[in-house]
Ligand binder design. Structure first.
Ligand code: SAH
Length: 352
């Protein structure tokens, strides 16, 4: 970054009102603000000279006051199952990862919300990075736009779904994630119903979110409905007991009428007993929910081992008997460390 640019403000930190105020201050018509806003948040412009319906002098005015900080796709890796992992360079040189997951009919973008993560889930590679900083709304928006372009280019269709299941804990970057979702739904014309925020479960923030009556989906990484076990694998959860989490989810459902998805990993010797199964069924019965059993993806550390198939089957049967919808999800992009819990900014070679 040049010294000159370091003193300029990032224009995407301004909302529409602030943009209008800027133009008023510089004796320009208010509709200019709308035009600029559209360029920034609908067309995803990264340079003022792309804004072709503005006069040269207006573009120069913007250029003397602002920069447009933006991401760059640094490296790309493609899995044998077509999943694409992107290393995304941020304007300050830090890196996050975003993954495009295509199926026959869908293209799902898995985006990051923080650089690293402040939580300490022992089975997740991202937790090893620690939290370096929150992503800004524009950095989240840019990831989605980049993946949308990739989806059009490689699979001939726009994104159909977005999941906040990349690096970071979205509810620990609450304000920016909400702002990004707004911009994304506006900019891509994507229904919020197709967006899922995945959280490790922070009760206060879930309630705050419910109060805003959002229209997107909520997923909670549960992994155990037994306090002791959950505290062991997700140590931060000692501050957020299962009962309080349950109450916040009931509150969420009351206000949004939207079912919660519990994400659930099953490991040998950790949560593979009948007692674990019964605890999960009992927990699910108390709030309208469904369960996604996710295949465990090994990371470079920790002694976790995925449970046997017959345990997964036992979970599935017990949930179905209780009339709780359950799906067993196979992981995608495993061969390139792009699967859930494997995002850790490992050095990857440039695509040849
Ligand atoms: N912090 C958020 C979102 C990021 S993690 C959350 O916790 O929900 C996205 C999902 O991947 C979570 O359900 C997480 O528990 C899961 N995950 C983490 N490590 C994993 C691993 N090694 N294998 C499979 N899934 C993993």
């Amino acid at each position: 970054m040049s010294a000159e640019n370091a003193t300029k403000r990032d224009i995407r930190a301004l909302d529409l009102q602030a943009l209008k105020a800027f133009f008023a201050q510089h004796n320009q018509q208010a509709f200019r603000a709308n035009q600029v806003y559209q360029w920034l948040w609908q067309k995803g412009a990264h340079h003022f000279d792309e804004m072709t319906n503005l006069s040269k002098s207006t573009r120069e005015l913007l250029d003397t006051h602002f920069v447009i900080n933006h991401i760059a796709v640094d490296r790309q890796q493609r899995s044998s199952d077509q999943t694409i992992k992107n290393a995304i360079r941020l304007h300050d040189g830090l890196t996050v990862e975003s993954v495009l997951i295509p199926t026959e009919t869908r293209s799902t973008a898995c985006v990051s919300s923080q650089v690293g993560c402040s939580l300490d889930c022992t089975f997740c590679a991202t937790s090893q990075l620690k939290r370096m900083r929150n992503l800004n709304p524009d950095e989240i928006y840019d990831q989605v736009m980049a993946l949308d372009r990739q989806s059009q280019l490689y699979f001939g269709r726009p994104l159909s779904n977005i999941v906040f299941m990349g690096m970071g804990e979205p509810l620990m970057n609450y304000k920016n994630v909400i702002a990004a979702v707004e911009r994304i739904t506006e900019g891509l014309g994507l229904s919020p119903k197709r967006i899922t925020i995945s959280t490790s479960g922070i009760p206060k923030m879930i309630e705050k979110l419910a109060d805003e009556n959002p229209r997107f989906q909520l997923a909670v990484s549960l992994h155990s409905a037994r306090e002791k076990v959950r505290n062991q694998i997700m140590p931060f959860s000692t501050s957020f007991d299962l009962e309080t989490l349950q109450k916040s989810l009931q509150y969420w459902y009351q206000l949004t009428r939207s079912k919660i998805t519990f994400e659930y990993l099953i490991w040998k010797g950790i949560n593979d007993t009948q007692q674990d199964i019964e605890a999960l069924v009992a927990y699910c019965k108390r709030v309208p929910s469904k369960v996604n059993i996710i295949e465990y993806n090994p990371t470079d550390f920790g002694d976790f081992e995925g449970a046997d198939q017959k345990v997964i089957e036992a979970y599935k049967m017990a949930l179905e008997r209780a009339r709780i919808t359950v799906t067993v999800r196979r992981s995608r992009g495993k061969d390139i460390d792009a699967a859930c819990g494997q995002l850790a900014n490992k050095l990857i070679p440039l695509e040849s």
